[in-house]
Design a protein around this ligand. Sequence first.
Ligand code: CUA
Length: 351
Amino acid sequence: MQGENKIITITVNSVRLTVVVVVTSAFAACGGNQSALNAAGIQSERLDYLWWLFFIICAVVYLIVIAVLIAAFVRTKKVNADAEPDLTPQPEREKRLSNIVKGAVAITVILLFVLMVVSFRTGRAINSLSQRPAPVSIKVTGHQWWWEIEYRNDDPSKNVLTANEIHIPVGQLIKLELQSNDVIHSFWLPNLHGKRDLIPNYPTAFYFEADKPGTYWGQCAEFCGYQHAKMRFRVTAESPEDFEAWITAQQQSSVQPSNDLQKRGEQIFLTTVCAQCHTIQGTPAGGKVGPNLTHIASRPYIAAGSLQNTRDHLAAWVTDAQSIKPGTKMPMNTYSQEDLSALIEYIESLK
Ligand code: CUA
């Protein structure tokens, strides 16, 4: 009876595990866009291939092991039914069993070796892009809990500073220089490249290329504190012309207020706490603690991908960021309704 229960438990657990593996893989394969199995560049294609190779080999091994395990239980039950166990030596049978074990060990070693070599070759192929000069270089700094993005120009007045929003030209080599000033973060853009840790005081870099235009979500992949889960970024891969247009627009100083409400909003921004932490190029606001807001209205999301950039979300974020992202450095702010409207009107004008 006990043996039967064991078989049932093992079978149920195996079936459960199989279902989990199949459902997870199916979701990853055809589910959300933010997936390493939805490759948009040559490097992620290699990772995609590696993932499927590992998955298929491991799945086949898993099914064989489970089949053998179930067969062993079924056979044991039959033997146990005999009253007197047969204890006479059977050298031929033992030799056969030992050969089976040796064969299984050999196959396991060969498979592990194959997986290791393929994995090693993939790593080399992914890093091979660094041999060429990159026309676009982007500096990414991880902060608790947002991403500072900088496009440097030979002319420093044309440097672009933005947050959580990366634009890249399709088909061109991109160099990403990564660094962190607080804790360890991990830059993960699954559609285009594997993870890369940002370790304080150890700047690092990697190269990648997008083959397909599109918008790809990325994520911090290393637990970095309370709001680690709300540390996302967006990468827009677009034609080189669109990319140039975007860069040129971002290089401009902020739009000047065009009506009285916006002017009042600008005054509030410059004379209350906002300017202590945020920069708006073309105004005296030069704070470096929070994201650069020179072109905040051009970004579709705020708070590192947590909220869509709408008037209501901006107002909620300005007044009570702590209830949206507890622990963030953005303080709670109290404004009269009129002042808040003016401030949001101004922020929304910063295209
Ligand atoms: Cu940054 Cu997790």
